[in-house]
Design a protein around this ligand. Structure first.
Ligand code: NAP
Length: 305
């Protein structure tokens, strides 16, 4: 029988991905929404989270789709109320708050799943498997997209804790940390801030082991989400945000679609709850925190949506 789940924060990603993924899932029944401004047709709708938690003891899992800064208070309330919790990426505004949630979930025997949707892209698992016995000699990430297309009017991305270009960049880092056969650490970064904003619109990163990354939110026209890796056995490339795999320049696996990622996240959440375990890997966010710690700051033209 499908398990009941509530979706909290009915914004862009909830509508684009979570609602269709849940509608197609045999594991889950979307039993309620919590939103100050929106609802989903035919689903019990609440505007207040505490009210939903009190009114619906039959819903034992919540999926939190709001931006990272407000998310902690909801996650804490859900765990205190005995609910399993699924977190959108990035899992929090700070590393310490996610550690707190992790300890709280463990103490209560509840599941906490810090999701990384890009790790569920079609070609990530085969890329990881191929790289497992290779030596990486160099890797480069190119993640260039148009913030106006993907975050229309979302000023929170430029507020403290919104992470700026690291909001998409952390997707690349979630793939990198998943597929590399050995961990790397950040060694330098250059961060470019619009003169009127609190978070960077572009970033260039360098890591140990010859790994580099360029993130830019100012790309119009075709969008670029590539990870190119040189190894002792030839080059590997992930394209389309981890959905297509090339080995030696020849496409060998994957699909030109991101629509498998959220169904796979919900299948994983169902498994974690059934197994009574959690999945909280903060390594992508550690790299972002390190870049914001170590980064050299440049300033550029003001940015407005
Ligand atoms: P969004 O549309 O701007 O916000 C989502 C919802 O969060 C809003 O509809 C609002 O819900 C709630 N919210 C915003 N501020 C809040 C606050 N201060 N307190 C409580 N609730 C608040 O953002 P989004 O694009 O869906 O992104 C949400 C998360 O998903 C982010 O962490 C983002 O990185 C991740 N994500 C986004 C995308 C994308 O393409 N946009 C892709 C993958 C992952 P109500 O008005 O319903 O209360």
């Amino acid at each position: 029988m499908a398990r009941k789940i509530a979706l909290v924060g009915i914004g862009k990603i909830a509508r684009d991905q979570h609602v269709p993924a849940l509608a197609a899932s045999a594991d889950w029944e979307l039993a309620a929404t919590v939103s100050r401004s929106g609802s989903v047709d035919g689903i019990d709708a609440y505007t207040d989270f505490a009210e939903m938690l009190a009114a619906r003891p039959d819903i034992d899992t919540v999926s939190l789709c709001m931006p990272p800064v407000p998310r902690y208070a909801y996650a804490e309330a859900a765990l205190q109320a005995g609910r399993h919790v699924m977190l959108e990426k990035p899992p929090g505004a700070t590393l310490a708050e996610v550690h707190t949630l992790q300890a709280m979930a463990a103490g209560k025997g509840l599941t906490l799943f810090a999701t990384w949707h890009s790790r569920m892209a079609h070609a990530v698992a085969p890329a990881k498997a191929w790289l497992a016995d290779k030596t990486v000699t160099r890797a480069h990430i190119t993640w260039r997209e148009d913030v106006r297309k993907w975050h229309p009017g979302q000023d929170w991305v430029f507020e403290p804790g919104g992470m700026g270009v690291f909001d998409p960049g952390i997707n690349a880092l979630s793939i990198l940390t998943e597929i590399l056969p050995a961990p790397v650490h950040l060694t330098s970064a250059t961060l470019t801030f619009p003169a009127n904003r609190q978070t960077p619109i572009a970033a260039d990163l360098a890591f140990s082991g010859g790994v580099t990354a360029e993130f830019d939110w100012r790309q119009t026209g075709p969008q670029t989400w590539n990870i190119e890796v040189d190894t002792n056995a030839g080059p590997l490339a992930l394209r389309m945000g981890g959905n297509r795999l090339e080995l030696g320049g020849v496409e060998v696996a994957g699909e030109n679609s991101i629509m498998g990622e959220y169904p796979a996240l919900y299948a994983r959440m169902a498994q974690l709850v059934a197994d009574g375990t959690s999945d909280v890997d903060l390594s992508p966010m550690v790299h972002v925190a390190d870049a914001l710690t170590l980064g050299r700051r440049l300033f550029t033209d003001p940015f407005d949506f």
